[in-house]
Write a protein that binds this ligand. Structure first.
Ligand SMILES: *Cc1c(COP(=O)(O)O)cnc(C)c1O
Length: 411
């Protein structure tokens, strides 16, 4: 019997819903793409999008911006982070996170992660004290939430304010509280690989009127901030309207039009991702040498990606495993490679940050395998992917040590 092969694409998302396509065409036809370019009595798509997302997440205020990375930088500036300040962040995250910190001239201070892929609280406390950092940019990397109640208590005690990077947790929750609602600011991405797709885009949410007034001004609102609907009242802008620099990064009406019809679909997407995730998890449980990341009961996660660990496997063995999986159509990413591939860079690769040493994170990332799960996959696809991974992990894990490290080339 020939071996089964997976034929789907790991980078193919679902199409934009018809209502989004129609709304986008309407914007193109009238031509008022800039969010402050409205006809008499018209409310801009961008302003409506903000209002609707604030309602969906349960936040007082929302600002739509050009990208998730822009939202992170804007949040840092809105909290008053200055050049030279230390900012705590996860050692395991994606490059836009330390990039946003470096872009405001601040210094990323990396915090160890645990084998559950979340912040190590002991290391967080130690690094906060040693660095004097007053802000934590918490990355819910790959959708894994730490104990948010414990974290908020710890940070309150340390005098550290939290910005949440919810690029992978839009639609997730901790004990029923939406991800993004625990920190002072929550930031989201609507880039194609996240949970809503506008190509590019970001949100900031907050309940703090001063922080949000600064964020709106930063985003490039000129003196038109009163046109926002999910923003604090004009009084909140009075003291700062001539003080806050304009760092343009607005959302436009075209992308807002594409996004608005996707908001009511988020809950269904989260439910479908959960089914996919659980099919992968069930299919990979009990494979010798392969460790799953167990999800806490308190966490409502979004299974838009899947991670597992191959603890203590050599680089040669992992390379052989990745190659065999790829040959059967299963595209896996490895966070342990010496040279980063696609999005798998690690803190050592971020040469603009001070050199730091995080042995626990190094050990974990050396065995960390990651997979995208687009919603074009069915539950049956996920079961098939798990069968292929299981079979190849058994063959390579129990076979002889390969002679050289050979990494497959994925494009
Ligand atoms: C995608 C992503 C971002 C930034 O989003 P962009 O919209 O691509 O700028 C931030 N953090 C994490 C963890 C991400 O995956």
């Amino acid at each position: 019997m020939s071996e089964e092969r997976f034929e789907g694409s790991f980078t193919q998302q679902e199409p934009i819903p018809e209502a989004g396509i129609e709304a986008a065409i309407a914007v193109l036809r009238h031509g008022r793409l800039h969010r402050y370019n409205t006809a008499a009595g018209e409310v801009a798509e961008a302003a409506l999008l903000e209002e609707e997302f604030a309602d969906l997440i349960g936040a007082k205020y929302c600002l739509a911006v050009a990208s998730g990375g822009y939202a992170l930088g804007c949040a840092l500036r809105a909290l008053g982070v200055q050049a030279g300040d230390a900012v705590l962040t996860n050692a395991f995250t994606l490059a836009p996170v330390p990039g946003a910190i470096a872009a405001v001239g601040a210094r990323p201070v990396f915090v160890e992660v645990t084998d559950q892929l979340v912040l190590d609280f002991d290391d967080l406390a130690a690094k906060a004290r040693a660095s004097g950092a007053k802000v934590l940019m918490l990355s819910h990397m790959r959708g894994h939430l730490c104990d948010m109640e414990a974290l908020v208590a710890l940070c309150d005690g340390l005098g550290v304010r939290i910005i949440e990077d919810c690029a992978h947790t839009m639609g997730a929750a901790w004990k029923g509280v939406a991800s993004g609602r625990h920190g002072v600011v929550g930031c989201y991405s609507m880039q194609t690989y996240k949970h809503l797709n506008a190509g590019e885009g970001g949100f900031l949410i907050s309940d703090d009127p001063q922080v949000m007034a600064r964020a709106v001004l930063l985003s490039g609102s000129y003196m038109l901030y009163a046109r926002h609907r999910a923003a604090p009242p004009p009084e909140a802008f009075e003291a700062v309207r001539l003080q806050v620099p304009n760092v343009s990064g607005r959302m436009d009406n075209l992308r807002a039009a594409i996004l608005r019809p996707q908001l009511p679909l988020l809950a269904d997407r989260v439910a479908r991702w959960a089914e996919c995730y659980q099919a992968l998890e069930a299919g990979l449980r009990g494979v010798p040498g392969l460790a799953l990341v167990e999800r806490p009961d308190e966490e409502t996660y979004v299974g838009s990606s899947f991670q597992f660990l191959l603890p203590d496997w050599s680089a040669a063995r992992i390379g052989a495993f990745l190659g065999r999986a790829l040959a059967r159509g299963v595209e896996l990413k490895w966070f342990g490679a010496a040279d980063p591939v696609a999005f798998t860079s690690r803190y050592q690769h971020w040469g603009y940050a001070e050199a730091q040493c995080l042995p626990q994170t190094d050990r974990i990332l050396a065995g960390l395998v990651d997979m995208r799960v687009p919603l074009t996959f069915s539950v049956e696809d996920c079961a098939q992917i798990a069968r292929i991974i299981r079979a190849e992990a058994l063959v390579v894990g129990q076979g002889p040590e390969p002679e050289a490290v050979v990494l497959p080339v994925i494009q």
